[in-house]
Ligand binder design. Sequence first.
Ligand code: SF4
Length: 333
Amino acid sequence: MGRVFSGIQPSGELHIGNWLGAIANWVRLQDRYDCLFCVVDLHAITGKYEAATLAERTREMAIGLLAAGIDPVRSTLFVQSHVPEHSELQWLLTTLTPIGELERMTQFKDKSQRFESVPAGLLAYPVLMAADILLYRADLVPVGEDQTQHLELSREIARKWNAEFGGGEDFFPEPAPLLTQAKRIRGLDGEAKMSKSLGNTIGVLESPEEIWQKLRPAKTDPARVRKSDPGHPEDCNIYSLHEQFSPAATVATVAENCRGAKWGCLDCKKVLADNMAATLAPIRQRAAELRARPARVDEILHDGAVKARALAGETMAVVRERMGFLKAGTATA
Ligand code: SF4
C-alpha cells in the first residue's frame, strides 16, 4: 500500500473550495492508501499571523476534517508542530537547497512582493514542504496545479540527499504527484480561486442562514442586468456551484430557466442555498458534536502525533546517522 502525505493550513475555516478541491478527495484516498493528513501550523506562521487564535484555528480545522470524513483509525491525523522532526529535517534539507531554486518559485515571487522586508521563512517554505513529505517517505502527494513546482523541488531535494548521503540507496522515495479529479472552485466574486485570504468563501460549517447571506450578493453572469435578460449559465459561478451541490435534474432546470430568463438570479441562488445547506448538514452536525468535546479532538490529535512521531523517528535516526552526527549518549552513573 502506497503512502500519501497531504497538509492543510489552519485558516480557521474549512470552506467549500477546500472541501471540494481537496478534502473530499482525501476522504476517498483513505480506502486505498496509508494516509497521513496534517494541519500545517508551521506553514501558517510564514507571514504576519494572529498568535492568539492560532491554537483555536488549528483545532477548528481538525474538527472540520474529522467532520468531513477523515477517519483517525484508518488515517493518521495530526498537527505539524506536534512532530518537531519536521523542523529538524527542514534545517538539514535547507543546507542542500540552492537559494536560486527557491527564488525561482512562482509562489515566492508573488508573495514576496507583499512584504517590505521578506522573511527568510517565506523563501524556505518549500523546503519545509519537502521535509513534511520526506519525513514519512511518502510515495504520493495529492497536489493542486499551484503546488506542482514545490513538489518538483521536493523530488530534487530527495535526489540530492540520496546522492550525497544515501550510500547507494534511494532512502527517500521521490514523491510523485497524485493526480485526481480535484475541482478548482471559484470564490463568490466569480473570478479568483476560493480563498479565505480573499474573503470570497462559504464555510463548510456555516448555517443555512449564513450560506444564504453569502450567496445573495454573489456575482452572476453580467449579461443578466434585468430579470428579463437571458443569461449564460456557463459564464456564471452560481451555475458551477449548482453542478456541485444540486441534483442533475435541477442543474438542467437552472440552465433552462437562465437561458430563457424564466427566473431571477435570486430565485436561482435560493435553490442553490437550500441544496448546499442540505448537502453540508451532516458535516455540520458531526462538527457540532466534536466541538462539544474538545478534549476528544485533542486526544485524537495526540494519538495521531504519536503515530506520526514513530515514523518520523525512524527516518531521522537514519538521516542523522548518514549525515554524520554524533549519536546522543545515555547517562552513566
Ligand atoms: S439565473 Fe442562475 S445561472 Fe443564470 S446568471 Fe442568474 S444565478 Fe447565474
